[in-house]
Design a protein around this ligand. Structure first.
Ligand SMILES: [Zn+2]
Length: 265
């Protein structure tokens, strides 16, 4: 891709909260693209993977994969298991936050309040897999995500239906029906009334689903000027080596950040 002359090139949703992202002295520690040319400072994405409950073995590969696809797009990435970046000052330098298979109660009250203000300023939120099994007693977070993890059967092959298809960058690269192996989450309720459903999983194609005929498994939301992308896919380490899953992640993350799709091509 072409590197822009200025790192402050993004408009739309990214304009929110990004002014400080272009001030290197305000930046948090970043893993900037190592390849030639001037380093790009914008936008900043935090990958947060603290676990207070079950810890997925795939977290390491997930961090590497998400970091790689973001850096290809000129996105500076910070990966952390610590919560000290959940302050107004640190979050102001970021365009988005990824909860990568976080579990349990990971943020204290002050950190939660800073995150809520980040979303209210238009910050992007991306949840991957166990992000839906995180902070069960935090109403803002449950509401932001749109549904909460309830249960799952054993890891197995299933068929996904691509609902959004060409209408969304997270599904555009995917086939109309997509066979893959993963851990298929059931949720406490369907997010369909409040979300744009990207993918559903066909419960007739595997054993143990409990949501019935309409089983959303990836979706987006737009709340104020904040964009939310959640995918329940990504339990296994192999997921983060699957080209189609990585395209799904790339499309969802870049959409949440308001990046022009041409940057991904
Ligand atoms: Zn899992």
């Amino acid at each position: 891709m072409q590197r822009p002359p200025s790192p402050c090139r993004f408009a739309g949703p990214l304009a929110l909260g990004l002014s400080l992202a272009c001030s290197p002295e305000r930046s948090v520690e970043t893993l900037s693209p190592a390849s030639g040319g001037a380093p790009s400072r914008a936008p900043g994405l935090l990958i947060f993977s603290k676990t207070a409950g079950y810890r997925h073995a795939s977290i390491g590969k997930g961090i590497a994969a998400v970091s790689a696809l973001c850096e290809e797009g000129g996105i500076s990435v910070t990966a952390t298991e610590h919560t000290d970046l959940f302050t107004d000052e640190a979050l102001r330098s970021l365009a988005g936050v990824v909860f990568l298979s976080t579990t349990g109660d990971v943020l204290n009250d002050a950190e939660q309040a800073a995150f809520e203000r980040f979303i209210e300023r238009g910050g992007a939120f991306i949840g991957i897999h166990a992000a839906a099994d995180t902070e069960p007693d935090w109403p803002f977070y449950r509401s932001l995500l749109g549904a909460h993890f309830k249960s799952h059967p054993a890891i197995q092959q299933a068929e996904l239906r691509n609902e959004a298809q060409a209408s969304h960058p997270a599904t555009r690269p995917l086939p109309k029906t997509w066979q893959r192996r993963d851990e298929w989450y059931d949720f406490d309720h369907s997010p369909r009334p409040i979300a744009n459903i990207l993918l559903t999983v066909d419960e007739d194609s595997y054993t143990g689903g409990t949501m019935g005929e309409d089983h959303p498994i990836a979706w987006t939301r737009e709340i104020g000027s904040s964009r939310v992308f959640y995918t329940a896919l990504g339990h296994t380490e192999e997921s983060f080596e699957e080209p189609l899953f990585l395209e799904h992640l790339r499309g969802g993350i870049f959409w949440a950040l308001g990046l022009p799709e041409s940057d991904t091509e």
